[in-house]
Each structure stands twice: as C-alpha cells, then as structure tokens.
Write a protein that binds this ligand. Structure first.
Ligand SMILES: [Zn+2]
Ligand SMILES: [Zn+2]
Length: 86
C-alpha cells in the first residue's frame, strides 16, 4: 500500500490537489491535473485527433511523456496517410 491517504477534513482545504496515478501506457506514477483544466493533461498541447484517440483508448490520462509521445505518433501517422493518398 504505497498510497498516501489524506484525511477527509483536509481535502476541503486542498481543492486543487493533484491525484497521483499510474500511467496506463508506461506504468510511471504521475500527477493527473484533472482538477485544473479537465485533464489531458494540463500543460501538454494535444490536437483534437489525438484527444479523440486517447479518450477511446484509455479511461484515464497518461503521464506527460506519453502524452507528448502520443501526439507525435499521431501527427506522424496522419502525415503517412496523406503521403500514401497522393
Ligand atoms: Zn507514461
Ligand atoms: Zn490528467
């Protein structure tokens, strides 16, 4: 049990507390910033397409590194499709 329990009376004092969770892609522990901006995930810029794929594929969000990786891979995929079309 590595999870840190926070007494309930304290959570009301800390409304923006970050939820620690495990990245479903790489297993790294990270802090989801879901409380800040509706997640996916705070500061990482993701395109609409990437967001769509991620929402279908994962129930929770990924760590920052995996989010950036997902965006890169998605863009590369799109470019490959465009190339094969022409
Ligand atoms: Zn990850
Ligand atoms: Zn998140």
């Amino acid at each position: 049990m590595g999870e840190m329990k926070i007494p309930r009376f304290l959570t009301s004092l800390l409304p923006t507390i970050k939820r620690a969770q495990l990245c479903p892609e790489c297993g790294q522990e990270f802090a989801c910033e879901i409380g800040l901006k509706g997640c996916w995930c705070g500061q990482v810029k993701l395109s609409e397409g990437t967001l769509k794929v991620l929402r279908v594929r994962y129930k929770s969000c990924l760590c920052r590194r995996c989010l950036e990786w997902a965006e890169r891979e998605y863009q590369r995929h799109i470019e490959m499709q465009l190339e094969s079309d022409s």
